[in-house]
Design a protein around this ligand. Structure first.
Ligand code: NAD
Ligand code: DAU
Length: 351
């Protein structure tokens, strides 16, 4: 028994791999192209651990994927690999089409060929688990009910359009070819190893460096935040018991406006690492809004709870405190990330 995980050196993928080995000895083959967002330091704890094999490579490399499937005979593919940052997708959508659409297509075709060659229990038990996002559903008005799995697809950014396209491919490969797929659509994650281009880690590292905290537009956009290990437990639940061809929304029942998130991060830093220059909130700076910025996301996570008994274990209060503490204790990780391409991106984007 083996899992083939794609994108397992990124934020959620690395948390998934680390969490997996806390409760399972089943090996993982981890295929990751190590783009700017992939960081092997996230997996340092697994150095020398025979259960984990890392392979640097692209999900769009059909020959490589075929070879990994043939060699390791996984019982499932858990597909995280993606370009994941909305702002980057606005500046340069090409990479999002290549990885999220073409890459997923290649992976599906390789999985279909591999699964087609299996027999008996191995064939019946095989799973292709596609990790997707709530952004495929578009933006909610203030009083609209949260996204259920039946909500129409209305993606608004190049990123969410590319993820929506990949979801459609996964659905079609099940419907047409019978490939045993499950898809999860999750809300905004936060926690350890989150690349500091995304809201929460960016606010923490900028505040600690005394830099402005850039809040887009009026800061009243709403996201539904979930601690990353809860996303990982949701994926494990769906991989183990999700019904074939079904989609499951995963969310934290925790809608908050961006400005409230930023103020919470500032208050925690004031408590845990006070700045002699004054409260961190003094650094909040309203900047030009993201083009096409979605106003509100909210996940209705009742289906996964009803069918699989999954609920988040972490509250936002406990999760955000752990997260801020993690960044304070891992200044070396932040420094190594910032010494790479990240720096160029920050200056290109924020000037
Ligand atoms: P991330 O950007 O931190 O990591 C992506 C990983 O994929 C990186 O390790 C990168 O090197 C790898 N990768 C990129 N292109 C690749 C390619 N062509 N071949 C192989 N590897 C490649 O992303 P994340 O935040 O960890 O998100 C993981 C998945 O979860 C994505 O599919 C994303 O759409 C989805 N998701 C993310 C969130 C969130 O809040 N971050 C929420 C819901 C769903
Ligand atoms: O909803 C799930 C999605 O959440 C995932 O599919 C994406 O991969 C992930 O990146 C995330 O997308 P968002 O665009 O919601 O996340 P981000 O951290 O980039 O932004 C969160 C909110 O904060 C959003 O409303 C934009 C705002 N923001 C972001 C940054 C980086 C700011 O106000 N200032 C900033 O500097």
């Amino acid at each position: 028994m083996t899992l083939l995980v794609t994108g397992g050196a990124g934020f959620i993928g690395s948390n998934f791999v680390l969490d997996w080995f806390k409760t399972s000895s089943e090996p993982i083959v981890n295929l990751d192209a190590l783009t700017y967002a992939g960081n092997l330091a996230n997996l340092a704890a697994l150095q020398g651990d025979a259960r984990h094999s890392f392979v640097k490579g692209d999900i769009g490399d059909r020959a490589l994927v075929d070879q990994l499937l043939a060699t390791h005979q996984p019982r499932a593919v858990v597909h995280f690999a993606a370009e994941s940052h909305v702002d980057r997708s606005i500046h340069g959508p090409g990479a999002f089409m290549r990885t999220n659409v073409d890459g997923t297509f290649t992976l599906l075709e390789a999985a279909r060929a591999y699964w087609g060659g299996l027999a008996g229990e191995a064939k019946a038990g095989f799973r292709f688990h596609h990790v997707s996002t709530d952004e495929v559903y578009g933006s909610l008005k203030p009083n609209e009910p949260a996204f259920t799995e039946a909500h129409p697809y209305e993606p608004n950014s190049p990123y969410s359009a590319s993820k929506a396209a990949s979801d459609h491919l996964v659905r079609a490969w099940h419907h047409t070819y019978g490939l045993p797929v499950v898809t999860t659509n999750c809300s905004n994650n936060y926690g350890p190893y989150h690349f500091p281009e995304k809201l929460i880690p960016l606010m923490i590292v900028n505040a600690l460096a005394g830099k402005p905290l850039p809040v887009y537009g009026d800061g009243q956009q709403i996201r539904d935040w979930l601690y990353v290990s809860d996303h990982c437990s949701g994926i494990r639940a769906v991989l183990a018991g999700g019904r074939l061809g079904e989609t499951y929304n995963i969310g934290g029942w925790n809608e908050q406006a961006n400005i409230d998130i930023v103020n919470t991060v500032c208050a925690l830093l004031d408590e845990l690492r006070p700045d002699p220059a004054g409260p961190y909130a003094r650094l909040i700076t309203y900047v030009t809004d993201r083009p096409g910025h979605d106003r509100r996301y909210a996940i209705d996570a009742r289906k996964i709870e009803r069918e699989l008994g999954w609920r988040p274990a972490e509250t936002f209060e406990s999760g955000i405190r752990k997260t801020v503490q993690w960044y304070l204790a891992h200044a070396d990780w932040v420094a190594s990330v910032q010494s790479g391409a990240y720096r160029d991106w920050v200056s290109q984007h924020y000037g």
